[in-house]
Design a protein around this ligand. Structure first.
Ligand SMILES: NC(=O)C1=CN([C@@H]2O[C@H](COP(=O)(O)OP(=O)(O)OC[C@H]3O[C@@H](n4cnc5c(N)ncnc54)[C@H](OP(=O)(O)O)[C@@H]3O)[C@@H](O)[C@H]2O)C=CC1
Ligand SMILES: CCCCCCCCCCCCCCCC(=O)[C@@H](N)CO
Length: 326
């Protein structure tokens, strides 16, 4: 009798999760992959400042041929010099606006076939939608979303050429934690960053057979020149809600990003809150890791509850803020 209980106890707390793990081990897709960086052509937009610049340093340190694209020539030259000084490596730079498809195409063609494309450029101008000028709304959509389309469309033909001999390639896209959950003051910005997830999921299915792997990165508030500018105009409630996730240094975010790209992870989170967010918003995204798939399945209910608590807290802050204003 005791043995029967013993067995059913074990089958419940051990056998069930173990068979789930085993099942996941066989069915997760796409299959796990490594994307090498050394001696490969890494093309980074917005590589002249902040997260992109940190990432450029890291890639050059690891022996990649780095190309940077941004608008300001002065900032590009400064970045080029700082990377040469730190790593001894020459970096190619192109001045173009990602909103200008012809200019992007010219730069990408001149730069030569890309192995790792990092769409990191981005602009963020927080404000309540009611008060925000349409021009600023369109600006964020045009740079963050349409600019990313421009880049990928321009780069794909070169990335596909001779891919079999060149090994696995990567397209990494910089979203934001505000691309996983809508945040006060970010109506346009969040929309532009959420949209990147749809783009990434669809694109991965289209290019998996070309051995090109998509990575979506979701940083929290990060200390960069752009963030310093943002802080001058950020609505108080935006800061209060965004503070639910700890701020990071650009170097830390770049480190997480590069590790995620090299592991071919579809979703890359950067801090603990980001990890919780990625489990809470796993949805139908591809998952290469059977362990992460397991965590997502087990965590789904609990993290929905955590999410409800976060909203309770945020709506509490909003209520208090309005009460104080009166
Ligand atoms: N810092 C943060 O708190 C967070 C940032 N992110 C995202 O990370 C990315 C990088 O942010 P961060 O490092 O703060 O950015 P910065 O503002 O410090 O730098 C932005 C970079 O993008 C370039 N860029 C901007 N607009 C264009 C354009 N139209 N065409 C070409 N290049 C452009 C800039 O160069 P130039 O101006 O010369 O064109 C610069 O190199 C963005 O996508 C951002 O949304 C996500 C979460 C948090
Ligand atoms: C279920 C568990 C939930 C876990 C915690 C959720 C915390 C969410 C905080 C979101 C912060 C968004 C910051 C955006 C930063 C950004 O993009 C700007 N700096 C502009 O670039």
């Amino acid at each position: 009798m005791a043995e029967v209980y013993f067995f059913s106890f074990f089958s419940l707390i051990l056998l069930v999760p173990l068979s789930l793990l085993l099942l996941l081990y066989f069915i997760v897709r796409p299959n796990p992959i490594r994307v090498p960086i050394k001696n490969r052509h890494v093309f980074i937009t917005g590589g002249s400042s902040g997260i992109g610049l940190s990432l450029a340093h890291l890639c050059a340190q690891q022996g990649a041929d780095v190309t940077l694209l941004a608008r300001s020539v002065a900032k590009l030259e400064e970045a080029k010099e700082s990377i040469k000084l730190a790593t001894g490596r020459d970096v190619a730079v192109f001045s173009a606006d990602v909103r200008d498809y012809a200019a992007v195409k010219r730069a990408v063609e001149e730069a030569g076939p890309i192995d790792v494309l990092v769409c990191n450029h981005g602009v963020y101008l927080p404000q309540e939608l009611q008060d925000q000028e349409l021009e600023e709304i369109k600006f964020m959509i045009d740079v963050n979303l349409t600019g990313t389309f421009h880049l990928i469309k321009a780069a794909l033909p070169g990335m596909k050429t001779n891919r079999a001999e060149r090994g696995p390639a990567s397209i990494a896209i910089m979203s934001s934690q505000a691309g996983q959950v809508g945040i006060y003051g970010y109506a346009a910005y969040s929309a532009s960053k959420f949209a990147l997830k749809g783009l990434a999921e669809a694109l991965q299915q289209e290019i998996i057979s070309d051995n090109i792997h998509v990575t979506l990165i979701f940083p929290p508030d990060t200390e960069t020149p752009g963030f310093a500018e943002e802080n001058k105009r950020r609505p108080q409630l935006t800061s209060i809600i965004a503070a639910s996730s700890g701020a990071m240094k650009a170097d830390e975010v770049a480190g997480k990003s590069l590790a995620g790209i090299q592991s071919g992870n579809f979703i890359v989170s950067c801090n603990f809150e980001g990890f919780l967010l990625s489990v809470a918003t796993a949805g139908l995204s591809p998952q290469r890791s059977y362990l992460m798939a397991f965590v997502e399945i087990m965590g789904a209910g609990v993290l929905r509850l955590a999410g409800i608590f976060f909203q309770w807290n945020w709506y509490g802050s909003i209520e208090k803020w309005h009460a104080k204003k009166k």
